[in-house]
Design a binder for this molecule. Structure first.
Ligand SMILES: CC(C)(COP(=O)(O)OP(=O)(O)OC[C@H]1O[C@@H](n2cnc3c(N)ncnc32)[C@H](O)[C@@H]1OP(=O)(O)O)[C@@H](O)C(=O)NCCC(=O)NCCS
Length: 408
């Protein structure tokens, strides 16, 4: 589900965005595109010397306004259909034969009278014809939803883009809702890009106050079961494809669950951990582990998972008789180093050791001595290791031994 605001339709990047949508469609991605028309309607009303009244961020649409809105939305719709139909010359999308369908998929009802104000022809979504949409999508047709809906009594209602987008995404059980509704992705009040936000973090996050409404719409969609809401700046060239096809994207991901989580590893993580360890085993930083060994030892591992990908791991092997545990295989993917993930993992392992009433942790390392010293480890003689571990000590590797006494 993609929501294009009226501002996005007026952006010089619109053609690129539409070409990217065409590309996605030709790759078999099922697309429903919702669009808005607020600035276009405002401009037209001003030109005609009319002034719309807004209450609670909703336009009060009288009969004359509705006629203007119908004309503008119709014109935008034709424009979008035409541009989506356009084969892009000198590109692989030439003669792509894109099908677009727009129709009475949105059933509307009047907003009615609120606090004494009659909203007239302003409506809200009553339901979405999900079956009708599903049939079009199954036929690889792009479904285009304008901000207008029809009531079973045959009336037309002016709808808010956000209402149509959230309800359509929720009822169609969209995998994701992509918002191209603001020139930039979500930023802090200081203007720094926020890459991801869990739904539960929205209320406590310091965001640009002008973007609060957009975040609330994304939150509503999350609450409705749309796990991922991508808020992409429509002025950022290529942002749509970057967001969809790179791990960290170019916009803000608002998700139902935290984007990055630390958890105990399970057997499904073996492939991801092997991938993470492989380059370090190849350059000798780590001792090689076979898949079989990793499978048997997987319960010892803790992982950091980000966007369904293992980006860091660490293992804890306990020696209860000696009251100690070994920290091993602590690795963070090179793209994600330097942001205390290593430290976070180590804290989790130390906490787990303490919970098992162990008094210290040790590590054997050849190249990461200083990092461990900074984490409070001290170099010791290998004779300090528990007996079973001394027996396994690899003389050729000549690893240094570091021990940290744990305190509660
Ligand atoms: C060690 C490792 C897990 C740290 O992960 P991380 O998330 O980057 O760690 P942190 O953010 O907590 O710490 C980063 C700091 O440690 C420093 N650091 C990283 N590796 C280091 C090393 N081998 N020796 C000394 N310092 C090191 C970084 O330069 C950075 O310092 P800075 O903050 O002054 O810039 C990560 O660097 C890694 O995966 N290294 C390769 C695997 C490895 O050697 N593992 C140890 C096996 S025993």
């Amino acid at each position: 589900m993609v929501a294009l605001s009226g501002e996005c339709l007026a952006s010089p990047q619109l053609n690129t965005i539409l070409q990217d949508l065409v590309l996605l469609n030709s790759l078999g991605v099922r697309l429903v595109v919702v669009f808005g028309a607020r600035p276009q309607v405002n401009t037209e009303l001003t030109l005609l010397g009319r002034k719309s009244l807004f209450e609670h961020d909703l336009r009060i649409t009288d009969h004359a306004d509705l006629e203007i809105i119908k004309r503008i939305v119709g014109s935008l719709r034709h424009d979008l259909e035409a541009r989506l139909s356009m084969g892009t010359a000198n590109s692989p999308m030439r003669n792509a034969g894109i099908r677009v369908s727009s129709g009475n998929f949105v059933v509307a009802q009047p907003v009615g009278v609120l606090e004494g104000t009659d909203y007239l022809h302003t409506g809200k979504v009553r339901r979405i014809d999900t079956q009708g949409i599903a049939r079009q999508l199954a036929d690889n047709t792009i479904v285009l939803l304008p901000p207008l809906g029809y009531s079973p009594t045959g009336e037309i209602f002016n709808l808010a883009l956000e209402d149509v987008a959230v309800r359509a995404a929720t009822e169609c059980r969209a995998d994701k809702l992509i918002w191209l509704a603001s020139p930039q992705a979500i930023t802090t009040s200081q203007g720094e890009l926020i890459r991801e936000l869990a739904m539960s973090e929205i209320h406590s996050c310091d965001v640009d106050p002008g973007q609060g409404a957009l975040l609330r719409s994304a939150q509503k969609a999350c609450l409705g079961g749309v796990e991922r809401n991508h808020i992409i700046g429509f002025d950022h060239e290529g942002a749509l494809l970057l967001e969809l096809f790179t791990h960290d994207g170019a916009g803000t991901l608002v998700s139902s669950h935290p984007f990055e989580q630390c958890r105990r590893a399970n057997i499904d993580d073996v492939g991801g951990i092997l991938e993470l360890l492989q380059p370090l085993e190849a350059d000798g930083t780590l001792v090689k582990r076979s898949r079989e060994l990793l499978e048997t030892e997987i319960a010892q591992f803790t992982v950091l998972e980000r966007d369904n990908r293992i980006i860091a791991c660490a293992a804890l092997y306990t020696y209860p008789q000696a009251n100690v545990a070994e920290v091993a295989c602590i690795v963070c993917h090179p793209d994600y180093r330097g942001e205390q993930r290593g430290q976070r993992l180590l804290n989790v392992l130390e906490k787990s050791a303490l919970e098992q009433r162990l008094t210290s942790v040790f590590v054997l390392t050849t190249q990461t001595a200083h990092w461990f010293i900074e984490q409070g480890f001290k170099e010791q003689d290998r004779s300090e290791l528990p007996q079973p571990r001394q027996a396994l000590y690899n003389l050729q590797r000549n690893s240094k031994v570091f021990i940290k006494t744990l305190s509660k």
